[in-house]
Design a protein around this ligand. Structure first.
Ligand code: DQA
Length: 154
């Protein structure tokens, strides 16, 4: 079975309590459950990982090299600061989706820049929790063969 890693960056463990006007009320464990279930429907094994530490995220990406077929990442604040996570992503030659719950382009200017944007396959930003499902579907679609439009593993 194809394996997909979902990485959540700093402060996303506080979802549900954190700035609900930007991030809604759904908790991270609810998002993780949703992703594992959606993964099953798509025929994908989904592993989720959250860390507040840049180095731990880098190590997780390095350890995943050769072991996963797709990546979904919300680097959170590290999106805007981390050359180290960007460099780690360059190790992976697999479909990768950068996702943000809020629309970062509607927020403060410092959130408009992403160190990941030209390394990932694409970005999804501003669709709340649904963005995670979109991201997983996008990875599944690429793994099935781009341009089939099915968004499902066969
Ligand atoms: C975020 C947007 C980032 O700018 C912010 O630092 C986050 C969450 C989002 O999901 O909208 O922590 O990645």
């Amino acid at each position: 079975m194809k394996q997909i890693l979902v990485i959540h960056g700093p402060n996303l463990n506080m979802l549900g309590k954190r700035e609900p006007e930007h991030y809604g009320r759904v908790t991270l464990s609810e998002i993780d459950d949703l992703l594992v279930r959606r993964g099953r429907e798509l025929g994908l094994l989904v592993e989720t990982f959250q860390s507040n530490h840049e180095g731990e995220i880098v190590s997780k990406i390095q350890a995943a090299m050769g072991n996963i077929q797709g990546l979904v990442i919300n680097p959170a604040a590290y999106t805007h600061t981390s050359v180290a996570i960007r460099d780690a992503l360059l190790l992976l030659e697999i479909p990768m989706v950068e996702i943000h719950l809020s629309n970062v382009y509607k927020r403060e200017p410092f959130r408009h820049h992403s160190y990941m944007r030209d390394v990932v396959t694409g970005q999804i930003t501003g669709f709340g929790v649904y963005g995670y499902t979109m991201a997983l579907d996008a990875v599944a679609n690429i793994l099935q063969g781009p341009d089939t439009g099915k968004g499902k593993m066969g």
